[in-house]
Ligand binder design. Structure first.
Ligand code: NAI
Ligand code: MG
Length: 338
């Protein structure tokens, strides 16, 4: 059975790593039938729109997208593409797994998953500048909001994930001691949701600053983490640093109407076009996409292939301390998988 899906190659290293990922998906016989669409600078260049209507319509049709990194156009008054896409399709859950794949590093055997609320908090970006008399006294204001309904929805999503994937503990991260209302209701609603899973999944909470420290000193204590938008943005990048950095960090934006899978990293203009990019973050995002459509068998196969290639095979790109090019790694992976 084939599955239609939108493919956005993206900007910078996007097309290089997307080619690699599509080749590998083809090698294992992934079911996706791609509808290729533009976004980012590619969209601006073609139709003067970083998120063209056609692209949105394609995702509306397929409810499923694999997206390369997009360069945010500076100036020109364009809205953030990622934020627009999240709002358009109600992609309320940002899921980022953190798992050690390369042995011998500073952090062995790490395996946790972070869920970040993707629509509210400070990223609603209601910002305001108040000039006061002479400008040195000017004030910048930013308003964040969380709704009880959204707090419940994201925490419930994390618990359901825990149940479905045999995870034991959900840790809710907040700052309810200072932002008593904004993140206070997140904790309150989280506690109510946790009651519904009592006896099946353990629940605890952490204050965000302490959690940042613990992610570095003892990340093994974490299993599933759920947090608000801004905290999740920062902590999930920290988490990727534990297991090899941005070249190894996949993510998914999941909503009721669609799911968009992508690497955490950006378009890496400094290495674009040089054939040096690590395609594994985007490949692991494609693996999450396979799991999302129920093809755990293919996901397992690719994960196994990645592990063998970069450990036993010792084939690694420059960001992982190796000297393989994107093409070398792709060829080695294909051989491993066929
Ligand atoms: P970046 O993630 O593109 O690059 C940061 C550093 O990591 C660079 O040194 C880069 O070479 C390296 N790097 C990133 N991905 C790599 C890979 N797969 N293999 C090897 N090295 C890799 O972040 P930066 O430079 O801050 O942003 C560049 C552009 O990307 C900006 O326009 C930004 O807005 C956009 N961006 C887009 C995202 C998205 O579409 N999801 C996410 C983050 C940034
Ligand atoms: Mg971020």
């Amino acid at each position: 059975k084939t599955i239609p899906a939108t493919l956005i190659p993206g900007d910078g290293i996007g097309p290089e790593i997307m080619d690699s990922v599509v080749e590998i998906l083809d090698t294992v016989g992934a079911p996706f039938v791609w509808d290729k669409q533009l976004a980012g600078m590619a969209g601006v260049d073609a139709v003067n729109d970083p998120l063209p209507k056609q692209t949105i319509e394609s995702i509306r049709r397929t409810s499923l997208a694999l997206k390369g990194p997009l360069t945010t156009p500076v100036g020109g008054g364009f809205k953030s593409i990622n934020v627009t896409m999240r709002q358009e399709f109600g992609l309320f859950a940002n899921m980022r797994p953190t798992k050690t794949i390369i042995p011998g590093g500073r952090y062995e055997d790490i395996d946790f998953v972070m869920f970040r609320e993707n629509l509210e908090g400070y990223y609603a970006a209601m910002e305001h500048y108040v000039p006061v008399g002479d400008d040195p006294k000017g004030i910048a204001l930013s308003t964040g909001y969380n709704s009880r309904a959204e707090c419940r929805r994201i925490v419930k999503f994390a618990f359901d994930y825990a149940v479905a994937n045999n995870r034991k503990t959900v840790t809710l991260v907040h700052k309810a001691n200072i932002l008593k209302l904004l993140t206070g209701i997140f904790l309150e609603e989280g506690r109510k949701v946790a009651e519904e899973y009592k006896g099946r999944v353990e629940f605890n909470d952490r204050i965000v600053d302490a959690c940042a420290m613990q992610l570095v000193t003892n990340p093994w204590q974490f299993d599933v983490i759920v947090t608000t938008n801004l905290f999740g943005d920062i902590l999930s990048d920290l988490a990727s640093g534990l297991v090899g950095g941005l070249g190894m960090a996949p993510g998914a934006n999941i909503g009721e109407k669609a799911a968009v899978f992508e690497a955490v990293h950006g378009s890496a203009p400094d290495i674009a076009g040089k054939g040096l990019a690590n395609p594994l973050a985007l490949l692991m995002a494609a693996v999450m996409m396979l799991q999302h459509v129920g093809r755990q068998d293919l996901a397992d196969r690719i994960n196994h292939g990645i592990k063998k290639t970069i450990t036993e095979g010792g084939i690694r790109t420059k960001d992982l301390g190796g000297n393989a090019t994107t093409k070398d790694l792709t060829a080695a992976l294909k051989q491993q998988l066929s």
